[in-house]
Design a binder for this molecule. Structure first.
Ligand code: WQD
Length: 335
C-alpha cells in the first residue's frame, strides 16, 4: 500500500517509515519540520536504499493534505504529527488542542474528501491517568491527568464517532507506552531540541558529557527500588506495531484502541544500570524531588495487540540503551 505518514520525519515517524518500507509498503512523508530536521530524510534513504517522497506541510493545511492524498494516490494514513510534551501541554493548552485535535480534524476532512478511509492514529497511555489496576488493559477507565493526555482522548472520541457515523472508515488508535531506543544503524534516533524532558535522551546526554548529572525525580515511590517504573518499548518494536496495524485494517472494519507496550515495567535505576552496562562506566546521578504529575508506575497489558495484530515487542532494555548510545555517538560525530 501507499501510506502517508504525518509527522514522518519525527522520531516515531522516521522509524515507522523504515518499518513500513521493510514490510513492502511505499511511504510519503508529510511534516512541518517544527520538531525534526529534513536531514533525517537522507539518513532514511541510506537505510532503505530508496528515495522517499517528502511534502513539507502542516496538518492544519487541509487543502495541501487533500492535494497530497490525491497526488500520491494514498491508500492509508498513519497520523503521528502532534505536540507531545506533557509539561508544555499544561503551559500552552490552546496550542495543544489546536495542533492535536483541530489538526486531526483537518486531516479527517482531507481524507474524507479524497476518499481515503484507513487510518492508524498515534495515541498514548497517558489517556488512562491514575491506575485503578495494573497492567492497564484497553478497558481501563480513561481519566487523563494532563492536557496532552486529554487531547489524545478527545481525538479517540472523534475517531470513534466518525466510524459510528460511517462504517466505511477503518481506524486503529495505538496507545503508546514509553518509546525509546533507535534504529540498529544508529543513523536515526531520538534527537530532541533543547534539554530533554524524557529519561532516556537525558541519560544519553549525561553519558555523552553534554549534561553534568542525571536528576532522578524521587526515590520514595512504592516501587521495587523507590524510583518510577515505566513500560519502555523499543521504537522499532513500536514501528513494527504500526505496520501490523495497517495490515489489520485491510481486512477489518470498525474502530479499536490497542496498547503498544512490552507488558514489563522497568525503574529509572534499572534503565541507568542497563545504560552503564552499555557504556562501561557510571552515569552520575542525584536524587531530586518528585516531578509534578508523575505516576509511580504503569505498564501495559499488551495481549490485545498480540491477539488482533499478531504483534509482540521483543527487543530488550539493553538493546534500547545500546541503540540509543550508538545513535548518540553518531550524532556527536555529526555523521
Ligand atoms: C520516565 C521516568 C520520571 C526524566 C511519558 C513520555 C512521553 C509522553 C508522556 C507520549 C519517570 C523519570 C525522567 C529525568 C527522571 N507520552 N525521570 N529524570 O514521565 O512516563 O512520560 O508519557 O505519548 O511518552 O514523556 O516519561 O521519560 O519523562 O519519565 O527521574 O530527567 O523517568 O520521573 O519516572 P513519562 P519520562
Amino acid at each position: 500500500m501507499i501510506i502517508l505518514l504525518t509527522g514522518g520525519t519525527g522520531y516515531i515517524g522516521s522509524h515507522t517509515a523504515i518499518a513500513a518500507i521493510a514490510a513492502g509498503h511505499q511511504v510519503v512523508l508529510y511534516d512541518n519540520l517544527s520538531n525534526s530536521h529534513a536531514q533525517v530524510i537522507e539518513k532514511m534513504h541510506t537505510i532503505t536504499h530508496q528515495k522517499i517522497p517528502f511534502v513539507q506541510g502542516d496538518v492544519l493545511n487541509t487543502e495541501l493534505l487533500y492535494k497530497t492524498l490525491v497526488e500520491y494516490k494514498i491508500d492509508a494514513v498513519i497520523h503521528l504529527a502532534g505536540l507531545k510534551s506533557v509539561k508544555d501541554s499544561s503551559e500552552y493548552p490552546i496550542n495543544y488542542y489546536h495542533n492535536n485535535v483541530s489538526g486531526t480534524i483537518s486531516l479527517l476532512q482531507a481524507m474524507s474528501r479524497a476518499g481515503v478511509k484507513k487510518l492508524v492514529f498515534s495515541s498514548s497511555a497517558t489517556v488512562y491517568g491514575e491506575p485503578q489496576y495494573l497492567p492497564y488493559d484497553e478497558n481501563h477507565p480513561t481519566t487523563p491527568i494532563n492536557v496532552y493526555g486529554r487531547t489524545k482522548l478527545q481525538i479517540e472520541e472523534v475517531l470513534r464517532d466518525l466510524v459510528d457515523s460511517d462504517s466505511t472508515w477503518r481506524i486503529l488508535a495505538l496507545r503508546y507506552f514509553n518509546p525509546v531506543g533507535a534504529h540498529a544503524s544508529g543513523l536515526i534516533g531520538e534527537n530532541p531540541q533543547g534539554i530533554p524532558n524524557n529519561l532516556m535522551p537525558y541519560v544519553a546526554q549525561v553519558a555523552a558529557k553534554e549534561l553534568p548529572i542525571l536528576h532522578i525525580f524521587g526515590d520514595d515511590y512504592a516501587t521495587k527500588d523507590g524510583t518510577g517504573e515505566r513500560d519502555y518499548i523499543h521504537v522499532m518494536d513500536l514501528a513494527e506495531g504500526h505496520t501490523a496495524a495497517i495490515d489489520y485494517l485491510i481486512n477489518h472494519e470498525g474502530f479499536r484502541c490497542i496498547n503498544l507496550g512490552t507488558g514489563s515495567a522497568f525503574s529509572v535505576l534499572d534503565l541507568v544500570k542497563s545504560f552503564e552496562h552499555v557504556l562501561g562506566s557510571k552515569i552520575p546521578y542525584q536524587i531530586s524531588p518528585r516531578r509534578h504529575g508523575d505516576l509511580p508506575k504503569y505498564f501495559a497489558d499488551a495481549s490485545l495487540a498480540h491477539e488482533l495484530l499478531n504483534w509482540k515487542a521483543h527487543r530488550s532494555l539493553l538493546d534500547m540503551c545500546h541503540t540509543t548510545w550508538i545513535f548518540k555517538k553518531n550524532s556527536k560525530k555529526g555523521s
